[in-house]
Design a binder for this molecule. Structure first.
Ligand SMILES: NC(=O)c1ccc[n+]([C@@H]2O[C@H](COP(=O)([O-])OP(=O)(O)OC[C@H]3O[C@@H](n4cnc5c(N)ncnc54)[C@H](OP(=O)(O)O)[C@@H]3O)[C@@H](O)[C@H]2O)c1
Length: 285
């Protein structure tokens, strides 16, 4: 049995759909039973409980041989991921696949990448087989821009002069499915990017091309973004961590691409243009 955490979130949901599409049995661990009910339609087993609760995690891991660890960014993420790893060892899990990020390089001082580095280290030292899935900036980060694209043809992001290599979560999910089902990927670390590194203005051009009208990138000051995150009620740690992450990306104009998705999937990664085509209804006025 495979256990998938974070299944009600973006990546976990894509992983669940990918496993279901390939008729691979799996269980999800969700903290909200109502949200979790939709996984019945995918044929999944459903465990309900909070990842912070050790007893819940141990119960969900019963009979599990492989697990996919996906966790929201938060102050307690490292504690929860370490606890999950220890419970997985105790439950006899043979292979743990962790969603990390490409920005998580040893020595980083940024809270989210530093947390991933520490969690990766803990997993590597656990004795289980592992695979680190390290995507960069998700193309799906453009989904919330649908509102401003429809309202005034703008993508407003606090990303300054960032160059990013947007990486489609659907590709990440496909990589995770393959990694789970082929031992060649045991104890490997994979940096995943989309096919092209681009500025946000270039990303906006992809939207213009598909939507047939001019879409502009507007660089929002990080401090304005901080106010928005605070107003919507995000905890202070998360607000600071996200703003730090955006500052890191804003100044990074040398993003690179990897051919890992091509190597593992045997096809090119999904482009931003294709992503917009696939989600066109969201962006059309
Ligand atoms: N955004 C990017 O561009 C990017 C790029 C590379 C890597 N990453 C990494 O991707 C990870 C997040 O993945 P995502 O964006 O797919 O996540 P997401 O959409 O934010 O979803 C997070 C998931 O975690 C669950 N969760 C949170 N706290 C929980 C708890 N205490 N117990 C049980 N479940 C809990 C949430 O459940 P609920 O639905 O109940 O809230 C949800 O299913 C982060 O570690 C991030 O660093 C992000």
């Amino acid at each position: 049995m495979i256990l998938v955490t974070g299944a009600t979130g973006k990546t976990g949901n894509a992983v669940a759909k990918e496993l279901a599409a390939h008729k691979i049995p799996f269980r999800v661990l969700v903290r909200n039973a109502e949200k979790g009910a939709s996984f019945k339609e995918l044929g999944a087993e459903i465990a309900v409980g909070d990842m912070a609760d050790k007893a819940t995690v141990s119960e969900a891991l019963k009979g599990v041989t492989k697990a996919v660890l996906i966790m929201a960014n938060g102050e307690d993420q490292l504690t929860i991921e370490k606890q999950f790893t220890d419970c997985a060892v105790a439950a006899g899990v043979k292979h743990l696949v962790k969603l990390s990020s490409m920005e998580s390089e040893p020595g980083t001082t940024k809270p989210i990448p530093a947390m991933h580095v520490a969690s990766e280290d803990h997993i590597r030292a656990s004795g289980m087989n592992w695979s680190m899935i390290r995507p960069t900036f998700f193309t799906q980060n453009f989904l919330p821009a649908a509102r401003t694209i429809k309202a005034n043809n703008e993508i407003v992001l606090a990303l300054g002069n960032a160059v990013v290599a947007p990486t489609d979560i659907r590709d990440v999910a496909e990589v995770i499915r393959i990694v789970l089902t082929n031992d060649a990927h045991l104890n490997k670390s994979y940096d995943l990017t989309g096919p092209e590194a681009m500025s946000l203005a270039q990303a906006a051009q992809n939207f213009s091309k598909v939507l047939g009208r001019e879409i502009r990138y507007v660089a929002q000051p990080v401090e304005d973004f901080r106010k928005v995150l605070t107003q919507v009620g995000l905890p202070a740690w998360r607000v600071n961590a996200v703003c730090d992450e955006f500052k890191l990306l804003s100044n990074r104009t040398n993003a690179h691409t990897t051919d890992t998705i091509q190597q593992i999937l045997g096809r090119a990664p999904t482009s931003v243009e294709q992503f917009v085509k696939d989600h066109i209804k969201l962006y059309q006025t």
